[in-house]
Design a protein around this ligand. Structure first.
Ligand code: ISE
Length: 337
């Protein structure tokens, strides 16, 4: 059976999701798109030669009986409203990060889903599906390096626009590490501290860049994330796990190796298209798990909630300059993998 998707929000990322669902994910198609820019969306779909309905509002799309699953790729503050309506209508939901922009709204989504009685929501934290992170996790889980003790991660972007603010280093950027690192070491966060080392001259005045975010887990693993969003040279993601008996590094993003002009070189990604394949795999898992089990795969709405609570503590630590505790309720049995 083919899963019919409705996509809410046809901006840059929404379009990449429409294309992947139409061209690369098997067992899926897009039957409707909702975007406030109706005319622009229609002409984009015409150019692509795809006969897909266009709505102006998420409500019309959610109420379309032909739509089985909703992709939420509108701007963050609109997510909660769309997701709560979609849960009410009993539709499956693939939400871009953030699940919602406040922990309270994430909590509302979790409550609504539990009331509905089965999981409907999967969050687009695609790194869990990246081949490199999957290999890294398998190696950690196999016990190859003993217990993990330290994690050193770098999240680098080439540059960011003027609209990017200091808190976005957490809510927009480190949010990916927040999700993937505790999953990687099978632990929960306990506390966080943020510090501001020497600042780059290649940034807008209002932005603090780089920043160092230090987490401690319940089992006292020290996880450090260096976030630097104006590196000038590329979109570079590094992750190293130091264990009792060895060290594991995330495989390097690879392009063909070029020998030319007395040099050997490989490319560095320019942007988050570094994770294009991871997104394809995550969407395929969403479709396949729904077909097989009647519920989507993980990360779940609970993971979205955990990320929001953790991000709040990080943002607090940016201004308090102190160690902030990350306090989370017990994970309900409903969300156990
Ligand atoms: C963006 O929203 C992302 O998700 C990227 O992965 C991240 O590197 C970037 O900093 C964010 O703005």
């Amino acid at each position: 059976m083919t899963l019919n998707f409705g996509v809410v929000g046809a901006g840059g990322i929404g379009k990449t999701h429409i294309e992947r669902l139409m061209q690369r994910v098997s067992g899926a198609t897009v039957t409707a798109v909702a975007d406030i820019n109706v005319e622009g969306t229609k002409s984009y779909l015409q150019e692509k030669n795809w006969a897909i309905k266009v709505y102006e509002t998420d409500t019309e799309l959610i109420n379309d009986p032909e739509v089985d699953a909703i992709v939420v790729s509108s701007w963050g503050p609109a997510h909660a409203g769309t997701i709560l309506q979609a849960i009410e209508a009993g539709k499956y939901i693939f939400s871009e990060k953030p699940l919602a922009t406040t922990a309270e709204d994430c909590q509302r989504i979790v409550d609504a889903e539990m009331k509905h009685g089965k999981r409907l929501v999967q969050v687009g934290f695609m790194r869990r599906f990246d081949e490199g992170y999957v290999q890294l996790k398998e190696a950690v889980d196999s016990g190859l390096i003993g217990e993990p003790l330290l994690v050193n991660a770098q999240h680098f972007n080439p540059t960011v626009p003027d609209s990017y603010t200091t808190d976005m280093a957490i809510t927009d950027t480190v949010i990916h590490e927040i999700d993937v690192l505790h999953w990687l070491v099978n632990d929960d966060y306990e506390s966080v501290e943020v510090s501001f080392p020497r600042q780059t001259r290649n940034k807008f005045g209002h932005l603090a860049d780089p920043q160092i975010v230090r987490f401690e887990t319940k089992n006292k693993i020290a996880l450090e994330v260096q976030v630097f969003v104006n590196t000038q040279y590329g979109y570079d993601i590094q992750c190293q796990v130091v264990g009792e008996n060895g060290v594991l590094d995330l495989p390097e993003f690879s392009t063909v190796r070029l020998r030319k002009d007395f040099k050997v070189s490989t490319g560095i990604s320019e942007g988050w298209n570094r994770f294009t394949r991871a997104y394809d795999t995550e969407f395929q898992a969403f479709v396949d798990t729904i077909q097989e089990k009647g519920q989507p795969a993980f990360p779940s709405a609970w993971d979205g909630y955990v990320a929001a609570v953790t991000a709040d503590a990080c943002v607090k630590a940016q201004t308090s300059k102190q160690r902030e505790l990350i306090v989370m309720p017990e994970k309900p049995a409903f969300y156990q993998e």
